[in-house]
Design a protein around this ligand. Structure first.
Ligand SMILES: Nc1ncnc2c1ncn2[C@@H]1O[C@H](COP(=O)(O)OP(=O)(O)OP(=O)(O)O)[C@@H](O)[C@H]1O
Ligand SMILES: [Mg+2]
Length: 357
């Protein structure tokens, strides 16, 4: 249904846009109908960038995206509008998708103007009711309410209902449950499972491996914009081939075993994975911490010089300068990192060749 063929995205960066940051490099995979594909990777690995390209919210630098056989990379106007009838996205923070001064169901009304202008009020209401019911909401509970009167889970479901109003074939779900509490998470996951049973394809973007494992039949492991491993979820999780996938799995001990039943050697292995940059990043994300990309958060902690912080040598470093240096280095590394070739391990399991040490 959806096919990505060597899709890349280069962002212009630097003060004058002189540098190019390769956020996604030559990514290829497919999503069939009724199939959930997890796109897993740490913060900044390019997951949302891929999702946004599929949703045509940003341009594709190179490569092609085919939907039902048609290249959608350059479609515009009416063709793009028709594409959105079949492909929709839901994003991480449900609150940011709503304007607090309007009632929450305004997000549904806005679709009506664009796509269902000739529907009668009665037909429209029927449609709204059935899509809200399809996501397990009681329409009477949520219609005519303001955002602050609804829970995060309800708001997220309204956004999924909005996507369903369109009779979509593919849902791009970008970290849609990270912000929800544990019990609501399970509900939204179960909802996705029901939709999948009805033939909906889902790209499930997450930095959380256990969620990816729970819901999907295929998984794509992304790091620094590059696919390192992909294939059937049980093969990736059961028999990880790439050292990066292994380090991610080692950083999620509860996935395999409870900590208490581990031997000392295993504990040491897990602990060292936590100390590796990737393992630590995965952990930080898992704990909801996340790394500060700009250094702004660190700067706020400095009481005297809000725009600076103390370096290891005691002098004050301008946070912006430092952030720019970091970004430059990151850009350099990403640009010069070769895109590894994917080789087939067994049916439905591919791994990137690791550079010989
Ligand atoms: N509009 C933009 N302009 C310049 N760089 C960008 C832009 N959007 C994203 N990037 C960069 O592209 C890279 C990939 O970002 P992306 O948002 O896709 O990561 P992600 O995997 O979704 O991370 P997270 O888990 O934090 O959401 C990052 O280095 C990011 O800083
Ligand atoms: Mg993201």
């Amino acid at each position: 249904m959806l096919k990505l063929d060597r899709v890349s995205k280069y962002f212009k960066t630097g003060t004058f846009g002189g540098d190019l940051l390769p956020a996604v490099k030559q990514v290829s995979f497919e999503i069939g109908s009724g199939e959930v594909v997890s796109l897993i990777g740490e913060s900044g690995s390019g997951k949302s960038t891929l999702g946004k390209m599929i949703l045509r919210l940003i341009d594709i630098s190179s490569g092609s995206i085919y939907f039902e056989g048609r290249d959608i990379s350059g479609i515009k106007g009416r063709a793009l509008r028709d594409y959105y009838r079949k492909v929709q996205g839901v994003f991480q923070d449900p609150f940011s998708s709503y304007n607090p001064i309007f009632r929450a169901d305004r997000v549904l009304e806005m679709l009506r103007k664009n796509y269902f202008a000739d529907l009668s009020d009665a037909d429209w209401n029927r449609k709204v009711y059935s899509s809200l019911e399809a996501v397990g909401l009681n329409p009477a509970d949520v219609l005519n309410k303001f955002t602050h009167q609804l829970s995060g889970g309800q708001l997220q479901r309204i956004l999924i209902a909005r996507a369903l109003l369109m009779d979509i074939r593919l849902l791009v779900a970008d970290e849609i449950i990270s912000m929800l509490d544990a019990s609501t998470r399970v509900d939204v996951l179960n909802l996705l499972a029901q939709l999948k049973a009805k033939g909906l394809g889902v790209l499930f973007i997450t930095h959380d491996l256990s969620l990816g494992n729970y819901i999907s039949e295929k998984a794509v492991i992304l790091r620094r914009g590059v696919v390192l491993e992909m294939g059937a979820t049980e093969k990736i999780f059961g028999n990880p081939q790439h050292s990066y996938t292994r380090s991610l799995l080692a950083a999620v001990p509860q996935l395999h075993k409870k900590w208490e039943v581990m031997g000392d050697e295993e504990k040491a292995e897990v602990a060292s994975a936590h100390r590796s940059p990737e393992g630590a990043a995965a952990l930080a994300r898992g704990n909801g911490g996340g790394q500060s990309r700009t250094g702004v958060a660190e700067a706020r902690q400095s009481p005297h010089l809000p725009w600076a912080r103390r370096s290891r040598h005691g002098d004050h470093v301008l946070v912006e300068e430092e952030a720019e240096r970091k970004a430059k280095r990151d850009t350099y590394l990403r640009t010069h990192e070769p895109v590894p070739e994917l080789v087939m391990v067994e049916e439905d399991h591919w791994v990137a060749l690791e550079a010989a040490a």
